[in-house]
Design a protein around this ligand. Sequence first.
Ligand code: FAD
Length: 325
Amino acid sequence: MFARSAFRAAQPLKSQARRYATESAPKGGSNALLYAAGAAAIGGAGYWYFGGSSAAPKIEAASPPKVAFAGGDQGFISLKLSEVENVNHNTKRFRFELPEGDMVSGLHIASAILTKYKGPNDEKATLRPYTPISDESDKGFIDLLVKKYPDGPMSTHLHNMEPGQRLDMKGPLPKYKWEENKHDHIALIAGGTGITPMYQLARAIFNNPNDKTKVTLVFGNVTEQDILLKKEFEHLENTYPQRFRAFYVLDKPPQSWPGPGGFITKDLLKTVLPEPKEENVKLFVCGPPGLMKAISGNKVSPKDQGELTGILKELGYKEDQVYKF
Ligand SMILES: Cc1cc2nc3c(=O)[nH]c(=O)nc-3n(C[C@H](O)[C@H](O)[C@H](O)COP(=O)(O)OP(=O)(O)OC[C@H]3O[C@@H](n4cnc5c(N)ncnc54)[C@H](O)[C@@H]3O)c2cc1C
């Protein structure tokens, strides 16, 4: 059971926002102003991965575990859907069984997998990447968190699937290779399901006691119900108040919402992000094309990050300080 009871009194955003880059945050986290409204909704829920009283490392056997996604010329493997959970009005969590119960996925942080589906009337197969939110050390399954788009072939197919059915997947699709303490401070700027690679990164960092990276999350959504993985991130805020902070922005906030409304703005990012001159900072951006365009410019292709434009460029960040998922 998780209850967010240890907030300190709210302070103006600007006076507190940059502080933890150099100072310890007071006990209990420092995002009360932005989060108090969401606290009540979270109290009764359990959580998947950050749950429990500490983020103790998982101990692996001496011999490396078998991996499901081997890459190379392995091609697609067919995985059975074992469980579906409704997360909100348009998003479900899907658990797929790996071919053998003692296999791990074989994905390293941060990577995705590629799904393939060809419907009976389709001329060609639909291929779409997804970022599993299960732990890399979980054995026997992977979890996908997928939002449904009304006319989207793959997300609609997934949302129509029943346990027992199968889906072809291939991987890993490596994205940004994380190593412990690779950066002193990272910022995760996400919109909607763009949160999944950010969650992978945050989970890897905070599940590793040797990793001391500071993490700032800025997460934009339309409504409060759209905020995915919120209880997992709230748990991080409470457990690591000196190293993890999150700022939620809602396009359509409820009246009681204490945080920012509208889109993620330059002013907000200037206030909460580590400054460009800070040593060894990295900003990760992932979200719908409109968000990418406004914040960092869109990625050209999986191998071409494209030019850095938008708010991050205006704020003085350099191309090598930004990674677009
Ligand atoms: C590396 C990578 C990892 C991804 N991981 C996830 C994940 O973990 N969970 C998840 O739900 N999705 C994820 N996506 C998005 C996913 O691959 C599909 O694009 C999405 O599910 C829509 O596919 P579709 O075939 O249903 O619809 P499409 O035919 O691809 O799109 C349907 C409509 O939705 C719009 N659209 C598509 N994607 C988005 C988006 N992200 N934001 C806003 N509008 C969009 C399209 O412009 C179109 O109008 C990821 C994408 C990439 C590149």
